[in-house]
Each structure stands twice: as C-alpha cells, then as structure tokens.
Design a protein around this ligand. Structure first.
Ligand code: NAD
Length: 550
C-alpha cells in the first residue's frame, strides 16, 4: 500500500521477541497519521527462486512443524473455551500428521458466542472508523512480518504449494488494507442532491452480528476478507472456519488480537457446519450471513436465513458466494502457447480446487486436435508431490471424501469422453491425484456441467466462436471465464455475451487481485458480492439518511 503523505506503518514499531515468540506492536497514534489520500497497492508475491526466500520458507516450515498437534480452544469474548468433544485437522499431504486438535463447539457454546457478539456490538459500532481501520492496517503489517509462517500453515494444512500459499497470504494482506481504506472512504461525506432549506446527509452504519462461514480452499484470504470486511464496517462476528482448515483461522485470530482487536468483536467457533453452522445461521440475533462455499450449502443457508425466527426483528442479509464451472475458450486465431499455459495454470493450480479453476476447455475445431495433443503431453509432465517440496506443481487434494468424489467423476468422465492424461491416484502418503484431461466431452455430459472441484479438465469442441460462447454460457453457474482470441471484433463480442462475473481476455481465469478484479459470480455462483471491490463494504452496512430543516 502506498500512502499519499505518510504511512501508518511508519508509525508502528513491530517487534518480535525471539525468546517467547510473542509478537507485539507499538502504535504511535497512527489514528491521526493515516491520511485520507491513502492509495491501495497490491502486495507482490514472493520470488522463491531467490535463495533467501527459500531459506526463510524452509525455516518457517520447520517452526510450524514443531507446533503441530497442539490443542486449540474456542475464543468467545476474552475467554478461551474447551468443549467436551474435539476433532483433528490433518495434513492432506501426509495423513499421519495431525496439524491441530480443535473443539467441536456445542450448541450452547455457539449460542454464547452469539450473545457475546451481540453485547460487544453495542460498543464496537461506536468505535471511530479510524480505530476499526487501524486494526486492519496493523493486522496487515503483522501478517506481512509473519508471512513465511502463515505460508507454512497453509502448506501444511491445506496442501497449497509454496507459490499458491504465498498468493493466499498476499491476498489476505490486500484485503486488510483495501477494506481498511474502504471503511475510511465510506465514512466520508456522501454525495447528495442539495435542497434549499435542508441539511441532508447519508451515513453508512453497521448491521449487527454476522455469521462468517468461509470455505477451506482459500483458508486465509477468504476467511480474512470476509471477517475483516464485516468488522471494519462496525459489525461483530461469529466466525466458523471450515473444519478442514481451522488452524489457519486460529493463526489469524492471534494476529487480530495482536493488532488490538477488542475481545468479542470476532468470536472463533469451530465445529460441524451441519450442526453449529446451521444453528448460528438460524439464530434470531444474527443480522447477516457471509458465506462462501458450495452451491448446495449456500442455497440451504439462503433458505434458512429467509425464515424469520421468534424474536427476530429484521430480514437477514445473506452474502453467498458459491461454486463454478469455469471455462476457457480457445479461438482458432488465439496465441496457442499463451492459451496452453493459461489453461494448465487455471485447471491444475492448487489441484483445480479454486472456485475460479478452469474445468471446461472449449476449443475451436480448427485447432482442436493439435491443441489437445500438446495439452495432454504437457499435463503428463506436471509434478505431483508434497506441498512442502517447492518443486511440486500440484500438492494433494483436501481430504479423503474429496479424493473419492473426484475419482468417481473421473470414472463418469471415462464413459463421457476420452481420457488422455491422468485418471489415477498419484503416489504418496496423502490425497494425491494425477492431473486429468478428458477430451471429446459433450456439453450435456455431467463432467461438463457439475462442479468437480479437483484436477479434472473436460475438453469440448466448438464449431466456431459463436458456438464456443453458446457452450460457455450453457451452465447454471457464472463465475469466471476466459477467452483467448486475437480478432478485436470477436473480443468485443465475448465481452458483451459471456455471462460470468469475472471475464478475462487472453489471460488465465484464476488469480483475481484485490481492487483490480472485484470477484463474484452470476447465477448459481452466488450473489455477485464482488469481494475486493468498492461495492463490497456496502453489503455489511445500511444507509441512514438524515435530513434537518434549516
Ligand atoms: P462447503 O459448502 O462444504 O463448506 C463451506 C462452509 O460452510 C464450511 O465452513 C462448512 O463448515 C460450512 N457449512 C457446511 N454446512 C453448513 C450448514 N448447513 N450451515 C452452515 N454452515 C455450513 O464448501 P467447501 O468445500 O468448504 O468449499 C468449496 C466450495 O466453495 C466450492 O464449491 C467452491 O467453488 C466454493 N468457493 C466459492 C468461492 C467464490 O468466491 N464463489 C470461493 C471459494 C470457494
């Protein structure tokens, strides 16, 4: 982040005690020192070809590995709470490795968290916006300073390769800084049409207590973005992380506490989505639900939240970002080298487990055969292995049930098309799968329509550009898509006709950047909230218009 005339970070002294590994931060009245002219800049991802970065990442992995297996409590207000039951989070790349032991919150504990969040809302909503934004700016600074450690948690708990883990951390830093600045912008005067004889103003005020329910696939960035947007707008939060990646959420909770977040603003409640997640969503004191995950769970939450419960005095707001069946179109005139690189990165980066991952490759028939041959050859060269090894391009998929489900889709795909690469589990003591390509798939095939959420790419042949757009749009989803094409008239057409929330031209369909590519999908992909965009904070506020007769 670049500031016009000064930087909050300059007024903060970040220190790290090597002896007890407690981080602390001294803030020299940064509240008055952050100028309103601050300008957002994306955090750059690290270059791991540099020896110094590789060494730091290895050291951080060793440090985090030495902390694995410890028990984590629920965090409700200022209390650390244990439950009667616990569950384990494991390393998907090494099944025998327990990342941490977590509490399965009881319904009473979840209820307590909602009560505490509701009480805290009374004070937090009155905190000056600068104070709330400062928590985010400091969190970004701490995350930046502990970047390699955060990456290590991502590598070990979610199976992200080094590069993918670092991109996740960088995005989380971006969310903190972007939403901090956005909160300051929304707190400023809002333009209204002047009326003689009246003084009019519009203020954005917070909503109340929110249920924040993120997925495991961007276990840092999405969790951080959803949580910080809600809290910086003045809301309090009950955060229920995914049971596959609770340690990454626990690490961010520590960062928020070190950044000066008062107790009770974010309450960390681990446990089953189907039981306590459901209960939190349905509770009458929950004012809004911020969810990112599958279509099935998202639709269920929309239904649950729509039903008013006794004592409820508002219509719950639901922000639900869901699945995708994202496409890349390769036209006959495309730069085929660029298209090949883009398709491989989009389909197999993080094992195809990004909501934006390309799972439908739609190729113009004139270049189809040659492109498919090159694709199969390249995919066979992809190195699958532990995410701890920096030379692995693909790590494991998230868990056993994901692995089984993906393998079942591959079996379906074998009947629906022709398998030209992959198709089997890969070697290793984890959930490893070969990158898989199935060609000659019909648009009506299940593998062309259903979200598989793994390293499986369905390849479809289009008669011409128009046919390619028709196939691309023939989906219940509408999240991301990409078009490789040189002809400017066709590019204009694609921009007009491809019905997705995030459309890319001549680049891959993954890798949205905060502030640059506001992110969110159409149709069954969600409520199009555009995370990382200038409209996002509005979703966590309500506007109060105040008119005074002069
Ligand atoms: P999921 O729907 O299984 O779970 C998401 C979260 O919901 C988890 O925290 C889970 O514990 C919780 N949950 C489950 N059942 C619940 C219930 N009944 N009530 C309340 N909470 C409940 O999704 P996942 O497997 O964690 O994530 C993968 C999915 O997320 C994919 O479909 C992917 O496309 C989607 N996703 C979408 C975006 C986007 O921006 N559109 C981003 C990332 C992931």
């Amino acid at each position: 982040m670049v500031y016009g005339n000064g930087n909050a970070c300059r007024h903060q002294k970040l220190a790290h005690s090597k002896i007890n590994r407690i981080w602390y931060i001294e803030v020299n009245d940064s509240r008055r020192n952050i100028p309103m002219t601050a300008e957002f800049k994306n955090e750059l991802v690290l270059d791991f070809s540099q020896e110094s970065n590789r060494k730091k990442q290895e050291e951080a992995l060793a440090l985090v590995q030495s902390q694995l297996g410890s028990e984590h409590d629920l965090i409700i207000g200022a209390e650390r709470v244990q439950s009667t039951k616990t569950f384990k989070s494991i390393n998907p790349g090494k099944k025998s490795e327990v990342v941490g032991i977590f509490q399965s919150a009881t319904p009473e504990q979840a209820l307590h968290a909602i009560e505490v969040a509701a009480r805290t809302f009374g004070q937090w909503k009155k905190a000056p916006v600068q104070e709330r934004a400062d928590v985010l700016f400091r969190a970004a600074e701490i995350l930046r300073a502990r970047r390699f450690e955060n990456n290590a948690w991502l590598i070990l708990e979610s199976g992200k390769t080094w590069v993918e883990a670092d991109a996740d951390t960088a995005e989380a830093i971006d969310f903190c800084e972007f939403y901090g600045l956005e909160a300051l912008r929304y707190a400023g005067p809002q333009p209204l049409t002047p009326l003689k004889g009246e003084d009019n103003e519009l203020r954005y005020i917070p909503l109340g207590v929110g249920a924040v329910i993120p997925p495991w696939n961007f276990p840092c960035a999405i969790l951080v973005g959803m949580t910080t947007a809600a809290l910086v707008a003045g809301n309090t939060v009950v955060l229920k992380p995914s049971s596959d990646t609770p340690a990454i959420g626990a690490f961010f909770m520590r960062i928020l506490q070190e950044a000066g977040m008062p107790p009770g603003v974010v309450n960390y409640v681990t446990g089953s989505g189907a039981t306590i997640g459901n209960m939190i969503v349905a509770h009458p004191k929950i004012r809004f639900v911020s969810f990112t995950g599958s279509k099935e769970v998202g639709l269920h939450i929309v239904e649950e939240a729509a039903r008013p419960r006794p004592g409820q005095i508002w219509i719950k707001r639901v922000v639900a970002e869901m699945g995708g069946k994202d496409f890349i179109i390769v036209n006959e005139d495309a730069d085929l080298d660029a298209a090949l690189a883009g398709a491989i990165a989009s389909a197999f980066g993080f094992q195809g487990q990004k909501c934006s991952a390309c799972s439908r490759l739609i190729i113009h028939e004139k270049v189809y055969s040659a492109f498919v041959a090159r694709l199969a050859e390249r995919v066979k060269e992809i190195k699958v292995g532990p995410a701890t090894d920096p030379s692995s391009y693909m790590g494991p998929v998230i868990n056993e049930s994901a692995m089984k489900s993906i393998l079942q889709y591959i079996e379906i795909g074998r009947k629906e098309g022709k398998l030209v690469a992959g198709g089997r589990p890969a070697e290793g003591d984890g959930f490893y799968l070969e990158p898989t390509v199935i060609v000659d798939v019909d648009p009506s095939a299940r593998i062309a329509r259903e979200e598989i959420f793994g390293p499986v790419l369905a390849v479809l042949k289009a008669k011409d550009f128009e046919d390619a757009i028709r196939i691309a749009n023939d989906s219940e989803y509408g999240l991301t898509g990409s078009v490789y094409c040189r002809d400017r008239t066709l590019v204009r057409r694609a921009k007009e006709e491809c019905h997705v929330g995030n459309l890319y031209i001549n680049r891959k369909c993954t890798g949205a950047l905060v502030g640059v590519h506001p992110f969110g999908g159409f149709n069954m992909s969600g409520t199009d909230s555009k995370a990382g965009g200038r409209d996002y904070l509005l979703l966590f506020t309500q506007a109060k218009a105040i008119s005074e007769k002069l």
